[in-house]
Design a protein around this ligand. Structure first.
Ligand SMILES: C/C1=C2N=C(/C=C3N=C(/C(C)=C4\N[C@@](C)([C@@H]5N=C1[C@](C)(CCC(=O)O)[C@H]5CC(=O)O)[C@@](C)(CC(=O)O)[C@@H]4CCC(=O)O)[C@@](C)(CC(=O)O)[C@@H]\3CCC(=O)O)C(C)(C)[C@@H]/2CCC(=O)O
Length: 207
């Protein structure tokens, strides 16, 4: 069979196809690159219509990552997909506490999710950071509560939890909060989309 084998050629061709499928969009060049990577990772140009982009989210996210801000994630699947080399070359780190023994014990004792328990523990460290939630609506609700209480204000929140229990609602609350955030309206989302967004921000850091 005849197929493209060169990884750079595959990505270049993919992005050219996506550009054609998307056509013109009323967004900045940097925001367009974020949307393109979401479409790239899902294979679905329809996501372009579901993306919420607060005007400060992409510039804040790129600037924070460039100065080595930490990235907090709800699940390991998301942490694993992030281009760690780009994070670490700026002095940053990726933190996920869902398997922390303190989190596991506290979640068991309270009967609440590990994801939200981890975010409750980490919230005081999230000021000025980049926070990415790709799975757990409860983690997003917890973060919004911490922001409301003045415990932290992240530089950029990527909130794309997926599913039918609290996902759409938590993302609507994120959008309504008016903070620098990137999200996907409705039940669609997932860790792969959050990864695509974070990697799109990392790839646009100034040299
Ligand atoms: C409600 C939850 C959903 N999880 C989904 C999809 C996936 N979850 C995976 C894995 C491995 C994990 N999910 C947990 C975060 C677990 N998932 C939940 C919770 C029950 C509640 C989250 C919430 O509502 O806020 C959550 C448990 C918790 O205490 O937080 C996980 C911790 C489960 C566990 O191991 O106990 C675990 C994360 C482990 C880790 O990172 O260390 C999947 C990879 C499972 C799979 O597909 O094999 C997958 C990842 C999907 C993604 O894109 O992130 C749903 C479908 C999102 C679901 C919510 C949907 C719904 O019920 O409406």
């Amino acid at each position: 069979m005849d197929f493209i084998q060169d990884p750079t050629a595959i990505e270049t061709k993919s992005m050219a196809i996506i550009d054609e499928l998307l056509g013109p969009l009323a967004v900045t060049a940097e925001e367009r690159n974020v949307i393109k990577r979401i479409v790239h990772t899902t294979g679905d140009p329809g996501f372009a219509e579901l993306v919420h982009l607060h005007p400060d989210a992409v510039p804040n996210g790129i600037a924070a990552l460039a100065r080595g801000a930490k990235i907090f994630t709800d699940v390991h699947m998301l942490a694993t997909g992030i281009k760690r080399n780009l994070v670490e070359e700026r002095g940053g780190d990726i933190i996920c506490a869902i398997r922390d023994s303190r989190v596991i014990e506290a979640a068991k004792a309270s009967g609440r999710t590990r994801a939200m328990t981890a975010f409750e523990l980490l919230a005081p460290e999230m000021d000025g950071a980049v926070v990415a939630i790709g799975n757990a609506p409860t983690a997003l609700f917890q973060l919004l509560d911490a922001i409301k209480k003045g415990i932290c204000l992240p530089a950029c929140v990527v909130g794309t939890p997926v599913g039918f229990v609290g996902a759409a609602e938590s993302k609507e609350c994120l959008i309504e909060a008016g903070i620098p955030a990137i999200s996907i309206r409705g039940t669609k989302g997932g860790s792969t989309i959050a990864v695509a967004i974070i990697n799109a921000l990392l790839l646009q850091m100034p040299k």
